[in-house]
Design a protein. Structure first.
Length: 351
């Protein structure tokens, strides 16, 4: 009897003393390129005073300057978020001394995560490229394409097929990417059973959503989340609403608001996913603001407004960081854009 009691107590204390493994945290990082607070405001009012961002639990502010310029570009801004280092405008995944940096996507991959990239620009554009490429100029599209072909991103959706096929070195990188299944429609993306899947949405840069761009971002995100759900492993996924930025450069408010609505629809999909999968962290932010947008006049019922722009380039204004789900409280406050990387890394290492 004493032996039975001893073994029972030993087992209880042994179990209590063991650290129960925590469920790894998925990360969905959504970047509205050029999406400052005014772009969000304009998009919200043009959408009947509604945005999925109202569901978020925490809001912070990110300082977007690059290493030597108050006004960053998407390469330095993307690198800060992806790799945690301030760098020169135009640099992708490289520090000031031309040393290669590891991105949060690559770190997650090394820890057993599945990974994905979705963009409404070409997949070799600055923001998505900052998660897998190391080059001293964002314009090195063919080098960037080569690095994606050699990287280990599980799923990607975006334009820019020409950089993989129509090359100065006469290589066809798509035929060399033998681990991947390449599809030419979202339906085929959904139907595929491959764990390595690429979908080039357009040969060059995708058009505006108002000019018929397909698929919509919410559809691309839904399809990718379906794939990631089948993997039985944690995941890191970056989703970019690229052309909010392009509308800012063009100083076209309808371009900005239509692209924001497309992005907002994807945010809604992500929020619903987090609600069903509470071990998921959702972050929505921007690399910088574009256009110096201001709403200067307007009415309600219905919501109409007048807007003005102060530049055709970027501005140095801080941008919001919205967070929802697991570990979301890490992202409140005011901090450098590099802290977004650091907070994601803390979340991953906490697993």
């Amino acid at each position: 009897m004493k032996n039975v009691l001893f073994l029972t107590l030993f087992t209880i204390f042994h179990v209590i003393g063991q650290k129960t493994p925590e469920t790894p945290v998925n990360i969905i990082l959504m970047i509205g390129d050029g999406m400052g607070l005014s772009q969000i405001t304009a998009g919200m009012y043009s959408n009947g005073n509604k945005t999925a961002l109202e569901e978020f639990e925490y809001v912070g502010l990110s300082k977007t300057h690059s290493s030597k310029n108050l006004v960053t570009d998407s390469a330095a801004g993307g690198t800060a978020i992806a790799c945690g280092k301030k760098t020169l405008n135009g640099f992708l995944g490289m520090d000031l001394d031309n040393n290669k940096l590891s991105s949060i996507l690559e770190i997650c991959k090394s820890r057993g995560y599945a990974t994905g990239l979705i963009s409404t620009s070409s997949i070799v554009h600055a923001t998505p490229a900052s998660f897998y490429a190391n080059v001293s100029s964002r314009r090195q599209y063919q080098d960037i394409a080569l690095q994606l072909s050699e990287n280990d991103v599980d799923y990607f959706i975006g334009g820019g097929k020409k950089h993989f096929q129509n090359r100065e070195d006469d290589r066809n990188l798509i035929s060399e990417m033998k681990d991947y299944e390449m599809v030419n429609s979202l339906n085929k993306f959904r139907q595929s059973t491959s764990n390595k899947l690429g979908f080039f949405t357009y040969y060059d840069e995708p058009p505006r959503i108002n000019d018929g761009r397909k698929p919509k971002l919410n559809e691309a995100l839904t399809a990718t989340l379906e794939k990631l759900d089948q993997r039985e492993k944690p995941f890191f996924l970056m989703v970019e609403g690229s052309q909010i930025d392009w509308g800012g450069h063009a100083n076209e408010i309808d371009y900005i608001t239509s692209e924001f609505k497309d992005f907002d629809g994807a945010i809604s999909v992500a929020v619903n996913y987090v609600n069903l999968n509470p071990n998921t962290l959702l972050i929505v932010t921007a690399d910088h603001e574009t256009g110096g947008l201001a709403i200067t006049l307007g009415k309600t019922n219905p919501y109409t407004f007048r807007s003005d722009f102060s530049t055709g380039g970027h501005s140095a204004t801080m941008v919001p960081v919205f967070s929802y789900g697991a570990c979301a409280d890490k992202f409140s406050g005011i901090y450098e854009n590099t802290a977004i990387f650091e907070k994601m890394l803390e979340t991953v290492k906490g697993n």
